[in-house]
Design a protein around this ligand. Structure first.
Ligand code: PLP
Length: 398
C-alpha cells in the first residue's frame, strides 16, 4: 500500500473532493463577524476633526485616525500618518520612494542589498525581488535576528542598505524581538546610518494570544542611536478589524514623512478619509483591547489545537516548532528535510499549503525543511482535519 492509501485508511473522512487550505493568514468569518456586528451599528461620518471627509485633501490622514495608528504602533502622533487599506502597499511605496527619490538617510539603488531574517513573510520577499533588490538572509536567534550573522554580513558585504523586520510575532516564526536584541541590532547599524533603511513591519503589534509582551517602542531605541531617519514603521488594522478594508499607518521622522507625502501626492490626491472616519467611530464603540480580547477567544483554541495534534510528533523528533505566543502562523521544520515532498503529498490529499521555500527569498529554503501553517481561517472542525492530514503526512514521510 502506498503512503496516500495508508493515510486515507487512517482518515476515513477524506472524500477526495473537500479542499482544505492553510495557505494564507486570513481572519476567519467568525473574526470578521465580530467586526461586522459593531460596524453595522455605525453611520457613515461625513465630517470629522473639522474636516470634510467627502473631499480630497489631508494627505497625512485624519488626525483621529493618526491617533489610532499611534496607539496601535506605540509611536508619536506627529510622526504617524494614517493612509489607505494596506501596509504592504506602504512598504512598496516607501521602497519606491527610497529607490527613485531617496530619503535623507535611505537611498536604495540597483546595487543595494537588504538583510532578511528567515523564515520571513513571503510578500516582503516578492516585493523586494520585484524591485531587483538583492536579499541576503540571516537566521533567527531566540529573541530576534541572529546578531552575529548580521554583523558578519555588514562586515563582509558591500552595499547593504537595509533590513526588513517583523518585530512582534514575526510571520511565520512568531519571534518577538527583545529590547536587548533591538538595541544591539541598532548599534550595529550606526556606522551604516548614512544610507540604511530599517523596514519595521509591525503587522502584529497587538496580537498577543498568551501574555501581553512588553517591548520598548522601536522609535525610542532608534532615537537613542541617532537612527530616527533610518526607521520606517508600518502597520494596519487588517488583522484587527477587516482584512483589506481598514487603515494602514506609517511612522518615521518628520523629514522622511514629508518626503514620503511629496512622493505619494503624485500617486493619490489623498487617502480614503470616509473609511478612516468609520474606523475611528468603530474604536469609540469598542476599544482596541476589547477587540483583541474577542479575537483572542477565537484564535487561541485554534493555536492550541495545532499544538495538541503536532506535539507528539515534535516529541518524537519528526519536526521542530515553537508554539506561537501570538500572530497568525506556525512555522514547522521537518527534521527529514523533505518539505517539498510533504507539501506535495498534502496537496494530493486535498490540503493546500504554501509551496516549499515560500518563506525564503527567491523561494530557496536551503534545508528544504520549512512549512508555514496559517490556522486562523478554517473553523475548528476543518482545522482539526487539516492538521490531521499534515500530521499523518509528516509521520509517514519521516
Ligand atoms: C508581516 C505582514 N505584513 C503585512 C501584512 C499585510 O498587511 P496589510 O493588509 O496591511 O497589507 C501581513 C499579512 O499577512 C503580514 O503578515
Amino acid at each position: 500500500m502506498n503512503i496516500l492509501e495508508q493515510i486515507k485508511q487512517e482518515l476515513p473522512w477524506l472524500d477526495g473532493n473537500t479542499v482544505y487550505d492553510l495557505t494564507r493568514g486570513k481572519p476567519s468569518s467568525e473574526q470578521l463577524d465580530i467586526t461586522e456586528n459593531y460596524y453595522s451599528k455605525l453611520t457613515t461620518p461625513y465630517e470629522m476633526d473639522g474636516i470634510d471627509l467627502r473631499n480630497y485633501g489631508n494627505p497625512e490622514g485624519l488626525p483621529s485616525a493618526r491617533e489610532l495608528g499611534s496607539k496601535i504602533l506605540k509611536t508619536n502622533f506627529d510622526e504617524t500618518f494614517a493612509l489607505d487599506n494596506s501596509s504592504l502597499t506602504l512598504m512598496h511605496q516607501i521602497i519606491s520612494c527610497a529607490l527613485f527619490l531617496g530619503f535623507k538617510n535611505s537611498k536604495l539603488n540597483a546595487e543595494s542589498k537588504i538583510i532578511c531574517p528567515v523564515p520571513g513573510y513571503d510578500r516582503h520577499f516578492k516585493l523586494l525581488e520585484n524591485f531587483g533588490v538583492e536579499m541576503l538572509t540571516v537566521p533567527f536567534q531566540k529573541d530576534g535576528p541572529d546578531l552575529n550573522a548580521v554583523k558578519d554580513l555588514l562586515k563582509n558585504e558591500s552595499n547593504i542598505h537595509g533590513i526588513v523586520c517583523v518585530p512582534r510575532h514575526s510571520n511565520p516564526t512568531g519571534h518577538t524581538y527583545s529590547d536587548n536584541n533591538v538595541e544591539q541590532l541598532f548599534e550595529l547599524l550606526v556606522p551604516h546610518k548614512e544610507n540604511f533603511s530599517i523596514f519595521w513591519d509591525n503587522a502584529y503589534a497587538c496580537h498577543d494570544i498568551e501574555v501581553t509582551i512588553q517591548q520598548t517602542p522601536a522609535d525610542q531605541i532608534a532615537k537613542r542611536f541617532g537612527l530616527e531617519n533610518n526607521l520606517f514603521q508600518v502597520g494596519s488594522t487588517s488583522k484587527i478589524t477587516l482584512a483589506g478594508s481598514g487603515i494602514s499607518f506609517i511612522s518615521s521622522s518628520m523629514d522622511n514623512l514629508s518626503k514620503f507625502i511629496d512622493f505619494r501626492n503624485a500617486i493619490t490626491p489623498g487617502p480614503n478619509k470616509m473609511n478612516q472616519g468609520i474606523h475611528v467611530k468603530y474604536f469609540e464603540l469598542v476599544s482596541i483591547e476589547q477587540q483583541m480580547e474577542k479575537l483572542k477567544k477565537i484564535i487561541k483554541p485554534k493555536f492550541e489545537l495545532v499544538d495538541d495534534i503536532l506535539k507528539p510528533l515534535k516529541d518524537e523528533g519528526c519536526c521542530t516548532y515553537n508554539k506561537p505566543t501570538g500572530g497568525y502562523f506556525y512555522s514547522i521544520d521537518a527534521t527529514t528535510s523533505n518539505a517539498d515532498e510533504i507539501v506535495q503529498t498534502c496537496s494530493q490529499l486535498g490540503l493546500k499549503l504554501l509551496p516549499m521555500g515560500s518563506c525564503f527569498p527567491y523561494g530557496a529554503d536551503p534545508d528544504n525543511s520549512n512549512i508555514r501553517l496559517a490556522p486562523t481561517f478554517p473553523d475548528l472542525a476543518s482545522l482539526e482535519r487539516c492538521v490531521n492530514i499534515f500530521k499523518n503526512v509528516l509521520k509517514y514521510l519521516n
